[in-house]
Ligand binder design. Structure first.
Ligand code: ATP
Ligand code: ATP
Ligand code: CA
Length: 219
């Protein structure tokens, strides 16, 4: 189903959301107070509009309430971000995603009723730190402070062995949710499935268990 998105704030974060949604065939209304930014996105999105998103009437006039999902990607001007979110909420926009600059900003946004609050710089920093610490870690998603989902390159020692032989669940307490190999993606690995060279394992578990697994079995 095609969804109608509006992105407010065309910095690097909002801008890359606009580009990606457009590439995926969605209708995107791009909004920025800065005319240069608006011109920069005019050919990329369905419609690009120069306006101050803290102007409630202006938001009403462009029909913001018809949007399925509005993304507030205003950065430094925390006051504008909060006010914009408040107005969107009052206008009953069903889904509002807001980029937070810090924890206080996040708390205010949560109180106002933002549907989802994101911290792209902080989260990307965490992910990149994990990549830096280990060459085996291809990707990393934090599920909670203690649990993660990690993509790990299979080490030499694992090659040619089945999951049963490797005994990963008993030894490390982690579960292999999927195996990415040159043959494709195996999304329900069985005990008898054998690890091949260059396979990537999608592992879920407690952080300390994943670390142990990675140190002992990773590439
Ligand atoms: P990024 O890190 O994503 O590049 P940033 O954190 O540096 O962005 P800003 O540059 O402060 O964030 O804000 C992003 C965009 O939001 C800017 O292009 C700015 O013009 C726009 N913006 C700021 N205030 C408003 C407003 N009241 N209405 C509409 N757009 C606004
Ligand atoms: P982010 O989006 O990650 O919050 P940013 O893209 O807005 O950051 P800046 O705020 O310009 O980037 O810079 C990030 C940090 O780098 C700041 O704390 C700043 O003090 C520091 N910094 C900038 N230039 C230098 C420099 N030449 N040497 C050391 N630190 C620097
Ligand atoms: Ca920034």
């Amino acid at each position: 189903m095609k969804q109608q998105f509006a992105v407010i704030g065309l910095g690097r974060f909002g801008g890359s959301i606009c580009k990606t949604l457009s590439d995926l065939g969605h209708e995107v209304l791009a909004i920025d107070i800065n005319e240069n930014k608006v011109n920069q996105y005019a050919d990329i999105v369905t419609q690009a509009v120069q306006m101050d998103s803290t102007d409630e009437q202006a938001l009403r006039d462009i029909g913001i309430r018809n949007m399925d999902h509005v993304i507030v990607a205003i950065g430094d001007d925390i006051q504008a971000s909060i006010l914009t979110t408040l107005i969107l909420k009052d206008l009953n926009v069903p889904y509002i995603t807001v980029k937070a600059q810090n924890d206080y900003h996040e708390r205010v946004l949560a109180k106002i009723g933002a549907t989802k609050i994101v911290h792209p710089e902080r989260d990307m920093g965490v992910r990149i730190a994990h990549h830096l610490l280990s060459k085996n870690v291809m990707d990393y998603i934090e599920l909670s402070p203690d649990y993660s989902l990690v993509e790990i390159k299979a080490g030499e020692k694992m090659v040619g062995k089945s999951l049963l032989e490797l005994n990963i669940r008993a030894k490390y307490g982690c579960n292999i949710m999927a195996i990415k190999s040159k043959d494709g993606l195996n999304i329900s690995p069985k005990a008898e499935d054998v690890i091949q060279k260059d396979d990537i394992l999608v592992v879920i578990g407690a952080n300390k268990d994943i670390s142990r697994f990675e140190e002992n079995e990773g590439a």
